[in-house]
Design a binder for this molecule. Sequence first.
Ligand code: 3PG
Length: 307
Amino acid sequence: MKVLVATQKPFSAAAVSGIKNILTGAGHQVEVLENYAEQAEFVAAVADVDAIIIRSDKVTAEVIAAAPKLKIVVRAGAGYDNVDLQAASAAKVVVMNTPGQNANAVAELAIGMMIYMARTQFTPSTGSEIMGKTVGIQAFGNVGRLVGQKAAALGMKVKAIDPFLPAEKIVEGGAVPAESLEDLYATSNYVSIHIPATPQTVRSIGYDLITKMPKGGVLVNTARKEVIDEAGLAKALEDRTDLKYATDVAPDNLAELKEKFGARVYATPKKMGAQTAEANMNAGLAAANQIADFFATGNTRFQVNKF
Ligand code: 3PG
């Protein structure tokens, strides 16, 4: 089978070579398309492929239509909002993710962002310490749980909420369950967002929630920019001059936010939560193994679409 690794933001060379070893060892052929500038290059590269490994690369209906032999897409990572699941299912293409494989990298960045904002973006201005403060974790999945553990080890109080987890699971994970999302925001000095982008969550965090945060609150988003209501965020920062926002996913209105709020807003230049050697290796090799296994045995354990 022919497997395309399509990564606009490439894996490390070591991860690419690991992916190649697994797949060629299983008798497959591997092609790599990295750093492509235009979506058209991706579309053109899929004509004869049976499988694709991606990161945040967009598998649109156009990509699916351009790949008549395609059988499986593996998103090396957690969020699969970049894949048109409906188009994939209609074409009977299996879509998988590699849950948990890059979670530690994202969790470390979330903690790093809290400290970066607490310490005034590493300027000499007087900052604050995170020890003794409360972090509220919005969604207690692979990343959220790790953020909680690391925050607790740094002396923070940890609260969490997850619409898919009962309170006892949150307690088992080492956090105090928040009574509601509003309660989480109202009682947390830091809120760390770990929800996926879905029709239910897109633009779900806006003015009302953000302004519930206590004085000096910092909102940290290492999830997806789409979950933020950007106009609501801008208004919250305007009305509450004590609040701050740090994000690994630059909002569309970043220029406006930077101009109005300066150092109260920080965004990484490019999404980098999962961009560590370890996460590249973990997620990349998991994706390659899942593809090899799928072709060898039909294993669909991490499939996220239904048809
Ligand atoms: C994920 O959903 O796994 C993360 O957002 C990582 O995305 P990336 O592979 O584009 O860095």
